[in-house]
Design a protein around this ligand. Structure first.
Ligand code: NAP
Ligand code: ZN
Ligand code: ZN
Length: 347
């Protein structure tokens, strides 16, 4: 067991503050990672503030982790001391059910173990995330990181990256598709980069007119401000595919109205309340409304390798852990360009 410095919330109403956690001594298949950077996902805010109603306290958030291997268990094959390594949203699962066998550990039929705000396979040891100096994870859930990529910009790939890559791949988005990305935050800006890299014609749907220049720099071909009636009218029944990354309640029917016949809107953003959707928005044009949750381990590695090959990383603003509450406030205001990443040297 090792005692490790971390930042934790003690309850849904207390700010994050310094905290000590214990990490297990490595089992034969474990990798011990000294965390260098951890991205700040909007899910961290939802969970720290118990907006989804399932929070476990004390909570050490963080599931966009990159670091350096400090030690490996005797049976570890993929890593050695000194390698770069990454951990995303999952640290374990049953590994034998149909979904785990298909590389869809996020949908494990028995029990998948989230990196934080969950319990290990023993169902009683709480998991603590990347707002900490060190983590111990089985090599089967530890990802390889290319040394070609900027490390701070790589951290957000572990959630924002895979959560947008996976549905774009599943729905086979590519050349000839007109794709919209709703919400230009952490997930949204990765969605734009991937959709553009896959050859689609990309439009950003945003509440923030000030993000237009960035959207185009990130690879978008068009930019629509959702409060501008005229601009919205110009993209009615226009898209094959909408990737909806919005983190707060908004008008889903308005966005569904932008889909062509047979178009699909995939929801990845998780506002706390149930989605208000009119059946008319779906039956008109035989539209589909779907969802997607992160991605499995194999696909996460595939995404990281794709990023290394194509030089794709996240646009980040590196912060000290002491500034985490300010970062949360700014994210809630939509003021993020486009992912905050904690430098764990500050802890
Ligand atoms: P983020 O960086 O805060 O970005 C969210 C963006 O949504 C904002 O930048 C803003 O973009 C837009 N937005 C915010 N409030 C809005 C409102 N009231 N109306 C319309 N648009 C609004 O958040 P994120 O980290 O990308 O996460 C986005 C959502 O995805 C969160 O709910 C998170 O929990 C969820 N998530 C889901 C998965 C999954 O597996 N499905 C994984 C990770 C995260 P504009 O300024 O462009 O409007
Ligand atoms: Zn996340
Ligand atoms: Zn399983």
């Amino acid at each position: 067991m090792a005692t490790v410095k971390a930042y934790a919330a003690q309850s849904e109403t207390t700010p994050l503050a310094p905290f000590s956690i214990s990490r297990r001594a490595p089992f034969p298949h474990d990798v011990v990672i000294n965390i260098l950077y951890c991205g700040v996902c909007h899910s961290d805010i939802h969970q720290v503030r118990n907006e989804w109603g399932d929070s476990i306290f004390p909570m050490v958030p963080g599931h966009e982790i990159v670091g350096k291997v400090a030690e490996v268990g005797a049976a570890v094959k993929k890593f050695k001391k000194g390698d770069m390594a990454a951990v995303g949203c999952l640290v374990d699962s049953c590994r034998t059910c149909a979904n785990c066998s298909d590389g869809l550990e996020q949908f494990c039929e028995t029990h998948s173990v989230p990196t934080y705000n969950g319990y290990e396979m023993d169902r009683k040891t709480p998991t603590y995330g990347g707002y900490s100096k060190m983590i111990v994870v089985d090599e089967a859930f530890t990802l390889k990181v290319s040394d070609k990529l900027d490390l701070a910009g790589t951290a957000p790939l572990l959630c924002a990256g895979i959560t947008t890559y996976s549905p774009l791949r599943h729905w086979k988005v590519g050349k000839g598709d007109k794709v919209a990305v709703a919400g230009l935050g952490g997930l949204g800006h990765m969605g734009v980069k991937f959709a553009a890299a896959f050859g689609a014609e990309v439009t950003v749907l945003s509440t923030s007119a000030s993000k237009e220049h960035d959207a185009r720099r990130l690879g978008a071909h068009h930019f629509v401000v959702t409060s501008n009636q005229q601009q919205m009218k110009s993209v009615k029944r226009h898209f094959n595919f909408i990737l909806n990354t919005v983190s707060a309640p908004h008008d889903y029917d308005q966005l569904l109205g932008l889909l062509k016949t047979n178009g699909t809107m995939v929801v990845v953003g998780v506002p706390p309340d149930a989605l208000p959707v009119s059946a008319f928005s779906l039956i008109a044009g035989r539209r589909s409304l779907a969802g997607s949750l992160i991605g499995g381990i194999k696909e996460t590695q595939e995404m990281l390798d794709y990023c290394a090959q194509h030089g794709i990383t996240s646009d980040v603003e590196v912060i000290r852990i002491q500034d985490i509450e300010t970062a949360y406030d700014r994210m809630i205001r939509g003021d993020v360009r486009y992912r905050f990443v904690i430098d764990l040297n500050s802890l």
